[in-house]
Design a protein around this ligand. Structure first.
Ligand code: CA2
Length: 145
């Protein structure tokens, strides 16, 4: 069994650490990727990390994961609340995946309360800040062990 997990961060998450620290904290995307790699290594997995502001790029990476990944961790950014196509990609590859949100989307605007992934995600981690990515690694690793 492959020991690789795909980490996907969606639109605007490249801005982490530069704006809105009161919502998203001060960690950068590089920090998020590093802490996820560290958590994965502790569980015996490696990470392939990708951030894109383009939905099709995210979908292509999810499709490719079918070949050589055991699971996916995804923070889809705003696409969480809009994208049937992202949901279809994730259900299409049939890999277990974790949906991560840094902020507590349920304590924010109503339009953030709906997720197109909520009923198909194997794991959901919401509002735990960037540490939520490490939690997602551990929960997924336990699931696929
Ligand atoms: O809380 C999360 O992780 C979100 O997935 C982040 C998305 C937002 O649309 C979701 O509702 C919740 C936004 C990502 C944008 O990240 C930024 C980070 C710093 C500065 C500006 C945007």
């Amino acid at each position: 069994m492959t020991r690789r997990i795909l980490l996907v961060n969606g639109p605007n998450l490249n801005l982490l650490g530069s704006r809105e620290p009161e919502v998203y904290g001060t960690a950068t995307l590089a920090d998020v990727e590093r802490l996820t790699v560290d958590a994965a290594e502790a569980e015996g997995y490696e990470i392939r990390a990708l951030q894109s502001n383009h939905e099709g790029v995210l979908i292509d990476a999810i499709h490719a994961a079918r070949e050589d990944c055991a699971a996916i961790i995804i923070n889809p950014g705003g696409l969480t609340h809009t994208s049937v196509s992202l949901r279809d990609a994730l259900t299409g590859v049939a890999l277990p995946f974790a949906e991560v949100h840094i902020s507590d989307v349920y304590a924010r605007e109503d339009f953030r309360h709906h997720s197109y992934l909520h009923d198909v995600a194997a794991v959901r981690v919401i509002g735990e800040g960037v540490d939520g990515y490490a939690s997602a690694v551990r929960q997924l690793a336990a699931l696929i062990a």
